[in-house]
Design a protein around this ligand. Sequence first.
Ligand code: AQP
Length: 329
Amino acid sequence: MNRIFSGVQPTGNLHLGNYLGAIRNFVRLQHDYECIYCVVDQHAITMWQEPAELRRATREVAAAFIAAGVDAKKQIVFNQSAVPAHSQLAWIFNCVARMGWLNRMTQFKEKAGKDRENASAGLYVYPNLMAADILAYKATHVPVGEDQKQHLELTRDIAQKFNNDFSVPDFFPLTEPLILGEATRVMSLRDGSKKMSKSDPSDYSRINLTDDADAIALKIRKAKTDPLPMPATEAEAETRPEVDNLLGIYAALSDRQRSDILAEFAGREFSAFKKALTDLAVEKLGPINADMKRLLADPGYVDQVLKDGATRARAIADEVYDIVGFLRP
Ligand code: AQP
């Protein structure tokens, strides 16, 4: 069976974008693939994280996977740092990947910003760790958004060079991207040109998976729009980014086409659409929210799921060392 690896960073408040862009797909994919879902805490620390907050966020991401419907008994759910193979293989890949390859990575340039000299070395070699995450399990497919495509190409280059260097032609697979229909990119509720993000300082910019019905209603009511009524066509919606974003959220949550939703709401007051969106969001996110609360009230249970996942992950990940020539007395 084909195998998927995917991860989410425990870097703050999980939000609707993480759900629609990643976690919901994790649930859907488990019917057709063997799935390994990781809370990538080592990636998270490429930027400073408060230790206590990192622990809390790690449990929150694991709880969100389970609450959304990932079957942690059938699939593997664990946190990255609990399986040493990720860092060990990443070190091997630091020695396989070339500086020139890493220098081309656009995400490093974006995240490091103008102050490149002051970025962590971890942020620079982050793509090698991502390659290790994927190849430690010989994952055949990775669901990727636009922003991660370049890193997956690097993973394929690393796999190919490793296989050549060590004369093991088929050891690492050339992992394929998994494109899941039209990508859902959820934008900030305050600014339709910025993506919804865990690290946005404004809590009103996002719907957190831990928000209750009142908080969801308040944030949708306050979401930035314009004074015009609902647009009639998709082309008209596209000229109004905040409106287009709410329409996209409605479409994704209801699994309906944008055109279908516009046919229902065209020309109506925006407040009627916001009310319907609130009801829909509460209906879809309410059960996940309740289950996350239940799970987070029992951290011992979440830790046990992660521990069990790590044990099963470790059993798959340890094969590479003999090939490299590491003595393991
Ligand atoms: N706004 C979004 N719309 C759709 N998908 C999104 N994802 C993130 N934001 C959106 C998807 O969620 C998964 C987990 O992402 P990550 O934890 O690796 O970090 P990220 O992409 O950097 O997410 P954030 O929320 O924006 O976090 P910060 O603020 O820490 O950078 C990925 O599959 C991502 O595509």
